[in-house]
Design a protein around this ligand. Structure first.
Ligand code: FAD
Length: 491
């Protein structure tokens, strides 16, 4: 029977859940506080430059392909996807950098150059990473993780034992390779997971498989093209998308959500999905008696970082940069310590730069360059204009040194985004960018639950619940919650 479903938040997870449920025949309304959907993957257009506000790395292309396929759409019809080659460039000093090639054979040659014989180890390392990736995608990522019993299957238990859950990825990489550059290359994807490499399970070497073998891709026009395509599919499936509507309360009676209040309106619901930041949904929209978790619980969570970003329009082309550029010319350990152990503004940060206009004429006027700079920082730091200016000076100076050319005098567009903006724009807990750190203690059933335990028809989705942060996992999270809701409605 057709049910009324209200989704709070129109990021990737909210769009995915809403569209999947609308296809099942339900009447779905999606309420998004901002003027556009997409959440953390917003778009900024200034003076002919188009910037992606959030994600820029397109990994795991099959997740997007499978998502759109359910609605009869091929990615190739939705946007033009190209594989980046090189996938990215890593600067170790003004004179030393490594370009990570798309071709596996060429990547083996890079390893041989720095550590003779290491390509043999790399093949073994990647074979293990492939195993972990395939098992995770087939047996783990789609589980709602509501109970440990979901994993009581001899095949899954046997596989889990081979997944290096209790080894750190740092120790695992160092067992295979000795050269510091190669170690940093392989540790880099862990940055996305929001924990120090020595605290991240070696299970996540599957990210190396995603990076090196499945490749880094780019939708021409920018990452926002994915959002536009998902919005189009949502509308085609009948989702009623209402933007500029911030939900203020979830009304609960006798353990059931009755409606959602926003802008003086009541949206009646058979099921409510909290697809905004989990902490915000619980702490701001629900009475304390109905929350799964206390503020104390949230304070005890290990958060992935926030970040400080600059969106720059440059009035000339810049040499020596690739689409994605990682600047590892500063000590990784110190920066990680200042994010996780002693939260403070970093003394000598690592950073990265995305330069979309190298490949894509759509994102900058002719002869100009579009650059986004990003420094990962601890959550909940004090954020001010003075601090942003200080780090802008540091970044530009480093960028000039590393590329060997003048940039500061050529900046014609400059915007920044940091902790205060994350809180204001997305109601993000502590101004987090990437949700919870992917430590073992915050994995699967140990993550905030997909279901409210006191309100039977209230569900959650998004990067703070299963399977975790990132664009592909958020899309999957929406699909997983939709399946749970169908089971609930069928009862
Ligand atoms: C700077 C940055 C870089 C990133 N880089 C990458 C990358 O390169 N590759 C990658 O795969 N992932 C990346 N990520 C992670 C990825 O973007 C996120 O994991 C994903 O977008 C989260 O989607 P979501 O739907 O869970 O949450 P969100 O995108 O936060 O969506 C939640 C939505 O809820 C809305 N909302 C909040 N409160 C309310 C309310 N009261 N009423 C109505 N609506 C509300 C918000 O406005 C928002 O639109 C990056 C993230 C950031 C921030």
């Amino acid at each position: 029977m057709k049910k009324q479903i209200v989704v709070i938040g129109g990021g990737f997870a909210g769009l995915s859940a809403a569209t999947t449920l609308a296809k099942e025949g339900h009447s779905v309304t999606l309420l998004e506080k901002n003027k556009t959907v997409g959440g953390r993957a917003g778009k900024l257009v200034v003076d002919g430059f188009t910037f992606d506000l959030g994600p820029s790395w397109y990994w795991m292309p099959e997740v997007f392909e499978n998502y759109f396929k359910q609605f009869g759409v091929a990615v190739a019809d939705a946007y033009k996807l190209v594989r980046l080659d090189p996938s990215y460039k890593v600067f170790f000093s003004p004179t030393e950098s490594i370009e990570v090639p798309a071709s596996l054979e060429a990547f083996y040659a890079v390893f041989e150059k720095y550590e003779p014989g290491s390509s043999v180890q790399l093949k073994k390392f990647l074979a293990e990473a492939e195993y972990k990736y395939n098992i995770s995608m087939s047996d783990f990522v789609n589980k709602p993780s509501l109970s440990i019993t979901e994993f009581f299957d001899i095949r899954i238990v046997t596989a889990a034992l081979k997944m290096d859950l209790f080894k750190s990825i740092s120790a695992y990489i160092k067992k295979h390779f000795k050269h510091p550059y190669l170690i940093q290359l392989l540790e880099f994807p862990v940055l996305f997971l929001g924990a120090k490499p020595n605290e991240t399970p070696a299970l996540y070497s599957m990210m190396n498989y995603a990076d090196i073998v499945l490749g880094t891709w780019y939708p021409m026009g920018g990452m926002y093209k994915i959002v536009e395509a998902m919005e189009k599919v949502a509308i085609a499936q009948g989702v009623n998308i209402k933007t500029g509507i911030a939900v203020e309360k979830i009304n609960v009676l006798n353990g059931k959500a009755q409606s959602v209040r926003a802008n003086g309106m009541e949206y009646i619901a058979d099921v409510v999905i909290g697809a905004a930041d989990y902490h915000h949904v619980e702490q701001n929209l629900l009475e304390p008696a109905y929350r799964n978790y206390s503020e104390k619980y949230w304070k005890s969570r290990k958060m992935a970082p926030s970040c400080l970003m600059y969106y720059l329009g440059i009035d000339k082309k810049i040499k020596h940069l690739e689409h994605h550029n990682l600047f590892f010319d500063a000590p990784f350990d110190l920066h990680a310590e200042e994010i996780y152990d002693r939260p403070q503004w970093p003394s000598n940060p690592l950073f990265y730069a995305t330069c979309g206009s190298i490949l894509d004429p759509e994102v900058a006027p002719a002869g100009k360059e579009n650059i986004v700079l990003l420094i990962p920082v601890a959550v909940d730091l004090q954020d001010s204009e003075e601090i942003r200016e200080k780090y802008f000076d540091i970044m530009i100076e480093r960028l000039e040194q590393l590329t060997g050319e003048k940039i500061r005098a050529h900046v014609i567009v400059k915007r920044s985004f940091c902790i205060n903006d994350f809180k204001q724009a997305y109601n993000s807990f502590g101004g987090n960018a990437y949700g919870l750190a992917n430590t073992l203690a915050q994995t699967a059933i140990l993550k905030p639950s997909l279901r409210n335990k006191k309100v039977t028809n209230l569900f959650y989705t998004g990067q703070l619940t299963v399977p975790g942060p990132g664009v592909p996992p958020s899309i999957i999270s929406g699909q997983v919650v939709a399946k749970e809701i169908n089971k609930y409605l069928a009862k």
